[in-house]
Design a protein around this ligand. Structure first.
Ligand code: HEC
Ligand code: HEC
Ligand code: HEC
Ligand code: HEC
Length: 311
């Protein structure tokens, strides 16, 4: 009997093979479903907290940037397609992110969220004046951040190899060098894409300096006059003054004129221009079309969002 008792099982009975499988299956399912639910909730929260209504209205601090966004080309445009706050400001798109990107996205959001919450709760930015004071710093921070990420959010929507419309060939040429070098600085040429704070009005003072226009005249006579005429009256290429000028550029931004010259026209003339040289040529054209000179040269491609007068 002794020996039989010794053989009797102690403690819990041993599981049968099938009950182990059942056990694994049950807990597996519970973990799996909880995981899915958590991911779904997290993702909902991620999407919601990147949405325009969250960023633009719930957060008091963002009131003014949100209003300025509503005046920008990513809210109002011909195609009716909008970019939302998160699509520009958050470097990873939650619906297309890889697992690693998703983790980075969560970390990014936690960091940003904590900062935003801190500022918001401390009422660091409570009035429009506070806001105006902080804006340059915040804007610059975002710019350098975006630059460091090689403008991934912008390029996620915009292909720079394919443009449609009347000036598409020129647009491709303009962006060609950046694609080749795989370095981008969209804000260098595209100001006010996200937020438009002041209504865009034509400059009333001077657009360029007389010295600049004189330097542009020299370049023009050497490289453009053969096709456009010594007095811009036209030849193989169209006239660049009077009615033709206004038809082409009335109401257009300076960026358009500059882009035309630095891209295809430099190519027609068989040369390339430095930014300064191409801006000098623009200055000359402005001068010949009666726009006043001043004491500030046209020195930076960031100044090219000015709109040319229609007449
Ligand atoms: C098309 C891309 C784009 C969209 C969409 C966008 N922004 Fe911006 N945002 C920018 C850029 C570019 C800057 C930096 C320079 C500037 O102010 O334009 C910026 C700057 C900011 C700043 C810093 C202060 C400032 O205005 O410079 C805040 C805050 C901000 N955005 C919040 C928002 C909120 C809130 C929304 C949605 C209601 C939004 N952004 C939508 C591109 C965008
Ligand atoms: C969610 C997609 C999306 C994102 C992100 C986005 N854009 Fe756009 N962008 C658009 C759409 C849509 C338009 C309007 C196109 C049209 O009217 O044909 C537009 C228009 C533009 C234009 C023409 C605006 C004008 O004034 O005529 C520029 C320049 C531009 N985007 C640059 C940028 C830059 C720079 C960024 C990054 C900060 C950016 N976009 C981010 C979708 C996007
Ligand atoms: C060296 C200056 C420069 C840089 C840098 C630049 N662009 Fe442009 N872009 C232009 C010019 C010039 C045009 C033509 C404007 C026109 O014809 O009205 C243009 C046109 C566009 C347009 C079409 C706008 C329209 O009205 O059809 C989009 C979109 C655009 N750029 C997006 C970008 C994005 C995104 C980046 C950064 C990845 C970028 N660009 C960088 C100069 C630049
Ligand atoms: C080989 C002849 C030739 C040369 C050199 C040339 N152009 Fe042109 N240009 C043209 C032609 C042709 C057009 C008409 C548009 C086209 O066919 O692409 C044009 C168009 C233009 C336009 C208007 C584009 C439009 O919207 O239709 C401007 C501005 C311009 N040229 C300026 C210049 C400047 C500035 C130079 C000197 C850097 C220059 N061109 C050199 C032939 C030339």
């Amino acid at each position: 009997m002794e020996s039989e008792q010794g053989k009797a099982p102690k403690g819990r009975p041993k599981r049968g093979f099938w009950s182990v499988i059942q056990w694994i299956f049950l807990w597996g399912t519970i973990f799996g479903l909880t995981g899915v639910a958590l991911v779904a909730v997290t993702n909902k929260a991620v999407i919601w907290s990147s949405s325009d209504s969250f960023c633009g209205t719930l957060c008091h601090t963002m009131t003014w940037s949100s209003a300025a966004y509503h005046q920008g080309p990513h809210f109002i445009n011909a195609s009716g397609v909008r970019a939302s706050c998160g699509q520009c400001h958050i470097p990873y798109d939650s619906s297309h992110a890889t697992a690693t990107e998703y983790v980075k996205l969560l970390l990014f959001k936690a960091d940003r969220g904590a900062k935003d919450f801190w500022y918001e709760s401390r009422k660091t930015i409570a009035t429009k004046e506070d806001w105006e004071k902080q804006r340059p710093k915040l804007g610059a921070e975002f710019e350098s951040y975006t630059k460091a990420h090689n403008y991934i959010t912008c390029r996620g929507c915009h292909s720079l190899e394919a443009f449609g419309g009347p000036r598409s060939r020129m647009k491709v040429l303009i962006h060609k060098d950046q694609i080749k070098a795989n370095t981008f600085d969209c804000f260098q040429c595209h100001q006010d894409v996200g937020h438009v704070y002041e209504p865009q009005v034509a400059k009333v003072g001077g657009w360029y300096t007389n010295e600049q226009a004189a330097s542009g005249a020299t370049l023009y006579q050497a490289q453009c006059a053969s096709c456009h005429g010594a007095k811009l009256e036209g030849g193989d290429g169209p006239s660049l003054t009077g009615t033709t000028w206004h038809q082409m550029y009335g109401g257009a931004r300076l960026l358009t004129v500059w882009g035309e010259i630095t891209g295809p026209m430099a190519q027609y003339a068989g040369t390339t221009y430095t930014t300064q040289q191409s801006l000098d040529i623009v200055s000359y054209l402005l001068q010949q079309n009666g726009l006043p000179s001043g004491n500030q040269p046209l020195a930076d491609t960031r100044e090219l969002s000015e709109v040319l007068p229609a007449k």
